[in-house]
Design a protein around this ligand. Structure first.
Ligand SMILES: C[S@@+](CC[C@H](N)C(=O)[O-])C[C@H]1O[C@@H](n2cnc3c(N)ncnc32)[C@H](O)[C@@H]1O
Length: 179
């Protein structure tokens, strides 16, 4: 994993990398909800180099629907879109979808994904929606995962919805889904 220091536990990629190496194969079909500058997307692309990553982020609407980025304003969100496109352009296994999670999920066939990584709208209705809408898209034995388990709202919603949750050093959480 050259290019990013995944050896530092404070690095947000450390836990994501550990989660991938624990639960996910390199040919996985993955949806990421929330790309921002594409940092986690790039790690997913490198790890799942034989697979496929669909990375979903609406960008131009994000300043309205994600309070964290409301403070930073529209310019920061538009810059993130440009940064992500530049970072990800050489990865043939990545498809960026400039959509909200809700707009994208209906186009995905049930039981087709190996991993869904949720890091989008962190407000309670957002994480509630993402957990419930994306879980049926996983194959039997697929992995529902995300970021910011240290956020009280995320932890409450994840713990209420999933029974056996694994957590990692950077706030990554994951659960294997069996039907
Ligand atoms: C914390 S950032 C993602 C960081 C990224 N996963 C990483 O680790 O590099 C959250 C992103 O979620 C996006 N977002 C907010 N609401 C969303 C929604 N309803 N659907 C998809 N993405 C959303 C925001 O635009 C923002 O870019």
């Amino acid at each position: 994993m050259s290019g990013h220091d995944t050896t530092n536990p404070g690095n947000q990629l450390h836990g994501l990398y550990k989660m991938l190496s624990t639960f996910v194969s390199d040919d996985a079909h993955v949806v990421e909800v929330g790309s921002f500058e594409g940092v986690s997307t790039e790690l997913l692309a490198r790890y799942c180099h034989q697979g496929k990553i669909w990375s979903i982020d609406p960008y131009e609407k994000a300043y309205e629907i994600d309070s964290e980025f409301a403070q930073e304003g529209r310019d920061a969100v538009l810059k993130a879109r440009v940064v992500a496109a530049k970072r990800l352009k050489s990865y043939e296994n990545v498809k960026q979808l400039i959509l909200t999670s809700a707009a994208a999920v209906g186009a995905v066939t049930d039981r087709t994904l190996d991993l869904v990584y949720i890091d989008g709208d962190h407000r309670r209705p957002g994480i509630r929606f993402d957990l419930r809408a994306w879980m049926p898209k996983l194959v039997d034995g697929g992995v529902l995962a995300g970021h910011d388990y240290g956020d009280a709202v995320i932890k409450e919603e994840v713990d209420e919805f999933l029974s056996e949750v694994h957590t990692f050093s950077d706030g990554t959480w994951a659960a294997r889904i069996t039907y």
